[in-house]
Ligand binder design. Sequence first.
Ligand code: ZN
Length: 349
Amino acid sequence: MSDFPVFDGHNDLILRLLRGDVTAEEVASGLDDGHIDKPRAQKGGFGGGMFAIFVPSPDDKAMRHDEMRNPPYDIALPSEVSEAEATKWTLRGFDAMEDLAAAGAIRICRSAQEIEDALPAEEMAAVIHIEGAEAVDRDFDKLNAWHARGLRSLGPVWSRDTIWGYGVPFRYPSNPDTGPGLTDSGKALIRECNRLKIMVDLSHLNGKGFDDVALITDAPLVATHSNAWSVCPHSRNLTDRQLTMIRESDGMVGINFASAFLRPDGRMDSEFGLDIVLRHFDHLVDSLGEDRIGLGSDFDGALVPDPIGDCAGLPNLLTALRSHGVDDGLMAKITHGNWLRVLRKTWGE
Ligand code: ZN
């Protein structure tokens, strides 16, 4: 593993297992497609990250890549998912995480110290994240049980609406102020996450939902996989006002590699250079400072720039950052140090 192992804010590898496209053993031995497997992680210095358990809608065929090819766009969100259906998928998601651990592909981490210990290891350090909380019940019994099973991070909504709140759509150009924010139940969910010390991910909330979390939470504000709206005016990206709030809370942002959230023209098209990633990097460092920026690749959930390609291509990004003037100290912060700092602060360990 390199001197600068990457701990990353978001990936969707688990969805590939839940859809039956790959097995845990194949992730451990190597895959022909997708963005993450153990051999490529070792090659690229991908030390691990937050692994999302995401529940697709029954009518959702695939990711919205094609529809985002031709801006402007406003993608229709798939239908809502019932708690029962979401619970089935989420339980399978926990099983898939445990299968990956048993296959030697990942090591499930519940504290910042466990991540730090796992980063130099062969297995990827993996934090369990739930993206969209349809499976959580209003009494939080399942949330408590899943926390005990290792859950450490949660997004109250993925972009479709839930009982907890209204998500941000995939719309370009658009600012994130797209509708109402959290419901009263959603506000109670944030308080319960605070109590359990589960990190709350702001990435799929709209502007109002973001403000609602900021008012309630006692933890740093974190967007695990989002970019700078002033560089790419996509509804999923963060405005300067939001970045100021993240800075003031001492939270952080993980840079998302999704082409449509990086390119100033909002196109989901992977043919472009890393100079565009550097523009987001510069704006985020200017707005947040050097201690509040990391990576949030969205590997296996997004169309990533050709010069990165998959997790084995991360050294290309590190080389670009290096030529951009990033020294060893800042490189260590971007690749993993800032995530460790913010997670330690959020989790208290
Ligand atoms: Zn996402």
